[in-house]
Write a protein that binds this ligand. Structure first.
Ligand code: FES
Ligand SMILES: [Fe+2]
Length: 331
């Protein structure tokens, strides 16, 4: 059964790796957006993302490709590619015509300890930036705790959760119904603030969930309860293929400047627990085009309207195969 109408891969920055996992000289395969990429960090420390398959005979460079200085060398016949995808060497050819060979490279930035790659179905250059979180690397905050799920759904369903104010109480058991304090689209960004009360060992206390989305695949979420506890995490959603996404959380707990660092750490467990409650819903739900919403629901349709800006482009079709020209035999 088809559960969603649109499983296209809208444009945006997506998390391709953790910076610390891609060491100098390392090459990694990556599947995202229904296609194959190769990631590498060259010997000068610069990370690069390119289409995976060698233009020569199609070898996947993420499997056996080697970093040579700033280039990537194909294991099959030794062709080399620079960071911008230009072919720099065909070691055996007396007439390599390098300018004719090219591998598509993708814009890449490293921010917040993450390798972020820009995806656009038509290959258009980045139209917004990945913000830096000053808390990352700050001694007041813990290092990232990582959690990853693979879910049979689309990115819209996962991110829509942010504005679904009523599910926090009913699915996740938050003490009171959430109140929407802010819903502010700003071009490719969307800022949402939700207030609710939590039952804590010190009684019922007010808290908030402050989310900023930057494109479809990257959000920062700040979750705080009074002056007791606070966490901040990256919510990353990466489509792997149509109808399947990887959801990765990179969570930091505030350990200083807060009354209960232990409770900050417990909030990390709580955030992870909440997603594990969302996953079976996402895995099986229908995405109604016109859901039967009730007064009191969160701004679901306003969220969808914001999300549509990323959904409209179709991928440029692959070039048509050359037509065979039939040569009529002379009688
Ligand atoms: S397939 Fe890559 S060099 Fe031949
Ligand atoms: Fe949820």
């Amino acid at each position: 059964m088809r559960r969603f109408d649109d499983s296209s891969f809208g444009h945006g920055w997506f998390q391709a790796a953790y910076s610390e996992d891609l060491r100098k000289g390392e090459v990694q395969p990556l599947t995202a957006m229904g296609r194959e990429f190769v990631l590498r960090r060259d010997m000068q420390g610069q990370a690069h993302a390119m289409d995976a398959h060698c233009p020569h005979l199609g070898t996947h460079l993420g499997h056996g490709g080697r970093v040579c200085g700033t280039s990537l060398r194909c294991p099959f016949h030794g062709w080399q590619f620079a960071g911008d995808g230009a072919c720099t060497d065909i070691p055996y050819s007396p007439n390599p015509r390098l300018e004719m060979r090219h591998l598509k490279s993708w814009p890449l930035v490293e921010r917040n300890g993450l390798v972020m790659v820009w995806w656009h179905p038509r290959g258009i250059a980045p139209s917004f930036e990945v913000p830096a979180m000053p808390e990352h690397g700050d001694a007041q905050w813990s290092r990232y705790r990582r959690q990853r799920w693979e879910v049979a759904t689309i990115w819209q369903e996962v991110q829509e959760n942010i504005v679904d104010t009523t599910h926090f109480h009913h699915l996740h058991g938050v003490a009171t119904l959430a109140r929407l304090d802010r819903f502010e689209p700003a071009g490719p960004a969307l800022h949402v603030n939700i207030l609710h009360d939590f039952n804590t060992p010190r009684g019922r206390l007010p808290g908030f969930l402050q989310t900023s989305l930057y494109g479809p695949y990257f959000a920062t979420v700040r979750f705080r309860i009074a002056d007791l506890a606070e966490i901040l995490f990256v919510d990353s959603v990466v489509p792997i293929e149509a109808g399947r996404v990887a959801v990765s959380f990179s969570l930091m707990a505030r350990l200083q400047g807060i009354a209960s660092p232990d409770m900050s750490l417990a909030l990390i467990d709580e955030a992870i627990h909440q997603v594990s409650q969302d996953v079976p819903i996402w895995e099986h739900k229908m995405r109604w085009k016109r859901p039967s919403l009730a007064e009191g629901d969160g701004p679901i349709m306003r969220f969808r309207h914001w999300a549509e800006q990323f959904e409209t482009e179709d991928e440029v079709p692959a070039p048509a195969p050359l037509r065979r020209i039939e040569i009529a035999a002379h009688a």
